[in-house]
Design a protein around this ligand. Sequence first.
Ligand SMILES: [Zn+2]
Length: 331
Amino acid sequence: MDEINEIQKQQPVLTDYFANVIMQEHLAHAYLLTGPKGIGKRTLALWVTQGIFCQNKTAGSPCLNCEECRRIASGNHPDVVHVAPDGLSIKVEQIRFLKSEFSKSGVEGNQKVFIIEDADKMTVSAANGLLKFLEEPSGNVVAFLLTESVNRILPTIVSRCQLFELAKPTSAQLTATLRKTGVTADKAIILGNLADSSDEAKKIATNEDFDKLVQNVCVWYLHVLQDDARCFVEVQMNLMPLVNNKDDEVILLNLIILLVKNSISVYYGEKDNIFVKFQADFTELIEKLTAEKVTEAVELVLATRKRLMVNVSFQNVIEALTIDLSQCYHS
Ligand SMILES: [Zn+2]
C-alpha cells in the first residue's frame, strides 16, 4: 500500500496522464510499461487498475480505500489477472489461461485487466498467442505488459501497445529517499549515484559488505591514481573476498565506473560530492592528469562491462582493468 501511495509522487507525469485517460474513458487496450527493476512498473499498473475499478475515484485517481481498491492491492480481484514467469519463462499455457479468462468477459461484459510481469520472458509461442489476443481485443479488456527491456519484446507486440517509459529518479531524489530510511549521509550519496531505483538502492544498502567494499575500492582507486603497485594485489586481497555472486560483481564494477566517471567532473573543477571521505586525495591526484587520460579511462571501464558479458573470470577482468587504468593514467 505504501508503494501505491508513493507512485503519484514518483511518477507524477504518468499518473496524471492515466487519471485523465480514465476520466475521459479513453483507455487503450494494451500498455507496455518499461523501466529498470524496482522503478514501480507493477505499482503503476495496479494504481491505474484501481483507478478503473474504484468506486470513489477523484478525477480518475483511485481512493485506495474502497473494497475494489483494496482487493486489487492485495491481488484478490476476480477481474484482474496477473501473469508472471513460471520458472524462467512465461509459457504458452499461461497465455491460454489468460485468453480463456477473457473470453468470459466478452459474454459478461465485465471490465477486465491483465498484468503480465517480465513480458520479455514469454516463450515464442506464448508471445504469438498473446499477439493474436492483442490483434482481436474482445470486450472491455486492458492489458499491462511490464518489462525492463523493451528490445527483448517482439516488435509486432510492441507495435500493438502504447509504450511508456517510467522515469528514473534523479540521484538527489534517491539520496533523499535513502536518508529518510535512516541510511547515513555518506552512504546515501554513493547509493543515490550508484542505483537506478530506490528498491535497488535499498537492497544494496542492506548488503553487509557494502561499506567495506566502498572503502576498499576507494583505496584501490587511490593507489591506481598514485601509481602505487599495491593496487594490483588489492584486487585479489581486498576486493574479491567481498564479491560473492553476480550481483556483487555488478556493484563493484558500477562503483569503479562511478569513480572513473566522477574523475572527469573533478578534473573539470567540480567538487567531488560522491566519495566525500576521499575527496581531498582524489582531487589532488586527478588535477594532475590530462583531459585525454580521464576520458580514455571511462572508455576502458565501459569496455570492461562489455567484456564481462562473455563468460570470463571476474577477477581476471578486474586485474586487467587495473593494469589498463594504471597505464592510461601514468604512461
Ligand atoms: Zn477506491
